[in-house]
Design a protein around this ligand. Structure first.
Ligand code: CA
Length: 245
């Protein structure tokens, strides 16, 4: 049996709400809708959705604040829908905890593609008492323990809560080790494409990766100047910092 996937649309514009509802329904989601930020946060808490589409301009509280509050309890994939191609809004959205964004107006197939790419990235909720076996892709590096099976990360024994995108980026870097990954590599990886196919990535995509890496660093408490985990290779990309003995 496959788990029923729940989608939540937080949007005050009727037409866009309908468009998103149809796209998510066709993708196999049970779709719920909220027309204000406060109702959206309540619904996210009650329904524990897999995917949330979040309008930036809501009548009560803005989408940035909604994302920040939802992130306190949810690991849903959050796609922010921004009304203008304003880069600042986009980056602020990602800083507030969204995984991805789409600029309105967008075509249904663009949203379908984003949702499909997100759903290929696994999200697991381990049952209580679940113990990952050591063979299931566990990484240990400089006090950080990363378990792919349980989707958990801890540092010196303290759990660190990451968004799905931050988790996936950390996974890529741990897997690659000392091999440098370019921002374009990481963009492709988040889209679930192979590193080396050379598909187009935009400057905006690459800046999104920078923002997500910045968020990840902050949550890990890592220092960009003297990194324990995430090393910036100037003009190229990122790689894992050397193991400290
Ligand atoms: Ca709106």
């Amino acid at each position: 049996m496959t788990e029923l996937r729940v989608g939540l649309v937080i949007e005050d514009d009727h037409d866009i709400r309908e468009l998103v509802r149809v796209v998510l329904s066709q993708a196999g989601f049970e779709v719920h809708m909220a027309t204000s930020g406060a109702a959206g946060i309540r619904a996210a808490r009650d329904l524990n959705p897999h995917v949330i589409t979040l309008d930036l301009g809501l009548p009560d509280i803005d989408g940035f604040e909604v994302a920040r509050q939802v992130r306190n309890f949810s690991d849903a994939y959050i796609v922010m829908l921004t009304a203008k191609a304003d880069e600042l809004d986009t980056l602020l959205g990602l800083e507030s905890g969204a995984d991805d964004y789409l600029t309105k107006p967008f075509r249904p197939r663009e949203l379908r593609a984003r949702v499909a790419a997100m759903m290929r990235r696994p999200r697991s909720r381990p049952a209580t008492g679940y113990v990952a076996s050591s063979s299931q892709r566990t990484f240990r590096h400089n006090g950080l323990v990363f378990s792919y099976a349980t989707r958990t990360v801890s540092i010196d024994g303290q759990d660190v809560r990451l968004t799905p995108t931050e988790f996936d980026l950390l996974h890529c870097l741990l897997e690659a080790g000392r091999t440098v990954l370019s921002k374009a590599d990481l963009v492709r990886r988040l889209r679930n494409e192979p590193y080396d196919v050379g598909t187009y990535t935009s400057d905006a995509d690459e800046r999104s990766v920078e923002v997500h890496i910045g968020n990840l660093r902050r949550k890990l408490g890592d220092d960009a100047q003297n990194p324990r985990w995430l090393q910036t290779v100037r003009g190229v990309g990122y790689r894992l910092a050397p193991a400290k003995t």
